[in-house]
Write a protein that binds this ligand. Structure first.
Ligand SMILES: [Zn+2]
Length: 332
């Protein structure tokens, strides 16, 4: 299995969000990639600038960040032509890697958009579920706390890698990312798998459960509305990441912020568990849950209780606000 280390640059509507095509907010204008063997030998590279079809002028942010100007895009091939080429270059047996999690959704959104227009073969060209390696996350796991996310330039400086090429150029960013990936220990790469959720599981059978020791990640199928997700029995239940047993909740799921829920449960054998649910929307606008269950020290229970309390206060304040807006008084 080879690694395809990918980096993209994209443009957005130059005249603001109001005028954008909401099905294609970011139009890819450059693909850079490096192919590495399983033992990180460089096998080839891919670089192409793409002629935009939707946003022909550069947004001022894009212009300031990337190293391309409008005239660089003229006369280049279109996205469908480049993508067909790129797919052949990737080969059959590969795993995507990228700096952060935003490149793969945009690549898929661009492909889906062109498929809908009839410019690309309608067969979906990506694996489902699409597993990949997020090198930014792996870098944090190896060199920091696993949570903090650094810029590519920061990581390159930290590792004292040769810094001759400019940043925010799809090709040189892919090269830098591939050099960082090559320094990550194999066991870390194997253990910390990321799943892209542009396309989510279609049914119960396709739902994904990943485990990295004392922590499990569950990705649900999708639902029509945010409210219906937590009514799903499997999403609401908490199983111990170590023994797999179903656990009694000490603090039931509560909404900490709009799209984040928290709970605490107890495994008789492995102690306190913290559950987190992030509600998110897939590429089709449907809602799904990413649920994480991890073992935590008993002292976390107090913290979770405090978070529940302040979430409750916020909710009460919000209710008070909405009652005032209604002009009605509700006694609860
Ligand atoms: Zn257990």
């Amino acid at each position: 299995m080879n690694y395809i280390v990918l980096d993209l640059e994209w443009n957005q509507c130059p005249s603001g969000k109001k005028h954008e095509d909401p099905t294609l907010p970011f139009e890819i204008i450059e693909i850079g990639a490096v192919k590495l063997s399983a033992d990180f030998r460089p096998l080839g590279s891919y670089h192409e600038i793409i002629r935009p079809e939707v946003y022909k002028k550069l947004h001022y942010i894009t212009r300031n960040v990337i190293n391309l100007k409008e005239h660089d895009l003229q006369g280049k091939r279109s996205f469908p032509e480049v993508f067909r080429d790129f797919s052949v270059w990737c080969g059959e047996d590969y795993l995507f890697s990228s700096w952060g999690s935003s490149d793969l959704p945009e690549l898929q959104r661009n492909v889906a958009w062109h498929q809908k227009k009839g410019n690309l073969d309608p067969v979906w060209p990506f694996a489902t579920p699409l597993f990949y390696r997020d090198v930014q996350k792996l870098f944090s796991i190896v060199h920091e706390d696993g949570v903090r996310r650094r810029s590519l330039e920061w990581a390159v400086e930290y590792l004292k890698l040769d810094k001759k090429e400019k940043f925010h150029d799809a090709f040189s960013d892919a090269v830098y990312t591939s050099r960082i990936l090559a320094q990550i220990p194999r066991e870390v790469i194997d253990q910390y798998v990321s799943v892209d959720t542009f396309k989510t599981p279609r049914n119960r059978e396709e739902e994904i459960l990943l485990s990295d020791g004392s922590c499990t990640h569950f990705i649900s199928r999708s639902f029509k509305s945010q409210e219906t997700v937590m009514r799903d029995r499997l999403i609401a239940q908490v199983r111990c990441p170590i023994c797999g047993g179903q656990c009694h909740k000490k603090i039931d799921w509560f909404q900490e912020t709009g799209k984040n829920l928290l709970c605490a449960a107890d495994c008789p054998e492995h102690g306190l568990l913290k559950g987190k649910v992030h509600l998110r929307q897939n590429g089709a606008g449907r809602w799904f849950a990413i649920k994480t269950i991890e073992t935590v020290p008993v002292s976390e229970l107090d913290l979770i209780l405090k978070r529940q309390e302040s979430a409750g206060k916020r909710q009460r304040l919000y209710q008070k606000d909405s009652r005032q807006k209604d002009g009605r008084i509700i006694i609860s």
